[in-house]
Design a protein around this ligand. Structure first.
Ligand code: ADP
Ligand code: ASP
Ligand code: MG
Length: 408
């Protein structure tokens, strides 16, 4: 019998009625003769609610305790879904991450899955039961509860699919596939029938939250067929594929964006060996990840240096940089956390010239000032002021002809 893993996100299990609807969909798959493992998220809004409770007590909640707290969200949904399945005559059993030995490292709040003991799940499947697994959570070697980072249920689903050698991992969500850009920002965005792993990885890492980046990495590494589809309407969704010969190569496949950005600039630092290290060393020691980095050409014997970090890390990064500035005798530190990053992604970029200039021209026509630029083989990113996000995304969507024919 074919085995499939289905994952339902927060909105898809956001109420008792929706959980019952999910049970109906799972039963349909069973009735088609498939073995089903279901991975579920917490009910929509629940993880945010829990994070907020923790912040009411501690500005920076203890990571271990935060994981104990956050993992409860998913535990609620697995139990309710199993009840809903049993009620419609579909034998089911729910398990927390720890109970099915989703072993992770000990990096609380962003743990990585190391291993899954599939035997227990397989035994239930063999006994004709649907297995319902809590997404987003695991345990470390010492038995501490861990969580996998926001959006981590996607990764649980892919890891389960890899461990069980499932025929397909289906990510059911509130959109019917991966679009050329977030349809909430550009309603004329077009659903893609297929997208390559490479492009999906870029889109996810550049801010498209439709799939957690680790889920895409994992699926690529273990060859898990991955599909994104709607839990509300029928359809084929989007298949994430390896690049195939003859696959039509659009220049640009999609536009990703991220609002989680902030930039910091240190002005007038001595232009000498080791200065980048002196600036970024303390930032990395403070466990802050740096994304884009730009160093200006030195004019006198000093130079300016700008980098971006996640917006949550902005206040701490400013503190660290101000310290460094004093030590280096820098002229000034500037910060801006109302910026966003917009990126064009496409494997077709490799073989097409002029994409960057068309992007810059499009933004210029809209009067949008570009603050930073960074490129790689299959993407171009720009940093712009937050107020230009929607305008920028829509203008680029139009300029690169990403609209669907029927909804153009
Ligand atoms: P879930 O709770 O099911 O995991 P998410 O909110 O994590 O759902 O992901 C689905 C959302 O991702 C969509 O509602 C959409 O707004 C957003 N999204 C961002 N970029 C894209 C894209 N390129 N294609 C489709 N959806 C996208
Ligand atoms: N409930 C977690 C979150 O909101 C995990 C997930 O939904 O994938 O991030
Ligand atoms: Mg998600």
């Amino acid at each position: 019998m074919a085995l499939i893993v289905q994952k339902y996100g927060g909105t898809s299990v956001g109420s008792v009625e929706r959980i019952q609807a999910v049970a109906g969909k799972v039963k349909m798959a069973r009735d088609r003769g498939e073995d089903v493992v279901v991975v579920v998220s917490a009910m929509s809004g629940e993880t945010n609610r829990l994070v907020d409770l923790a912040h009411q007590i501690q500005e920076r909640p203890i990571p271990r305790e935060l994981d104990v707290l956050l993992s409860t969200g998913e535990q609620v949904t697995i139990a309710l879904l199993s009840m809903a399945l049993e009620k419609i005559g579909c034998p089911a059993r729910s398990y927390t991450g720890g109970q099915v030995h989703i072993l992770t490292d000990s990096a609380h709040n962003k743990a990585r899955i190391r291993d899954i003991d599939a035997a227990r799940v397989q035994a239930d499947l063999d006994a004709g039961r649907v297995v319902v697994v809590a997404g987003f959570q695991g345990v470390d070697e010492a038995g501490n509860i861990t969580t996998l980072g926001r959006g981590g249920s996607d990764t649980t689903a892919v890891a389960m699919a890899a461990a069980l050698k499932a025929a397909e991992c289906q990510i059911f969500t509130d959109v019917d596939g991966v679009y050329t850009t977030d349809p909430r920002v550009e309603p004329r965005a077009r659903r893609l029938d297929r997208i390559t792993f490479e492009e999906m990885l870029e889109m996810a890492s550049l801010g498209s939250k439709v799939l957690q980046i680790r889920a895409v990495e994992f699926a690529g590494k273990y060859n898990v067929p991955l599909r994104v589809l709607s839990s509300f309407e029928a359809g084929e969704g989007t298949l994430i594929t390896f690049e195939e010969d003859g696959m039509e190569q659009a220049k640009i496949s999609g536009i990703a964006f991220s609002r989680d950005e902030a930039k910091l600039t240190i002005l007038g630092v001595p232009d000498e060996p080791g200065v980048a290290y002196k600036i970024l060393g303390p930032i990395s020691e403070a466990n802050i990840e740096v994304d884009m980095i730009v160093q200006n050409i030195a004019q006198d014997s000093t130079t300016d240096f700008t980098f971006t970090v996640h917006r949550n890390d902005f206040p701490r990064a400013m503190e660290v940089l101000e310290n460094t500035a004093r030590e280096l005798g820098a002229r000034e530190v500037l910060g801006d956390d109302v910026i966003v990053k917009i990126s064009l992604v496409g494997v077709g970029m490799r073989s097409h010239a002029g994409i960057a200039s068309k992007m810059f021209e499009t933004l210029a026509k809209e009067g949008i000032n570009i603050r930073m630029i960074s490129t790689s083989e299959i993407k171009i990113s720009v940093v712009v002021d937050e107020k230009y996000l929607e305008l920028g995304v829509r203008a680029l969507h139009e300029a690169f002809e990403l609209h669907g024919e029927d909804n153009a």
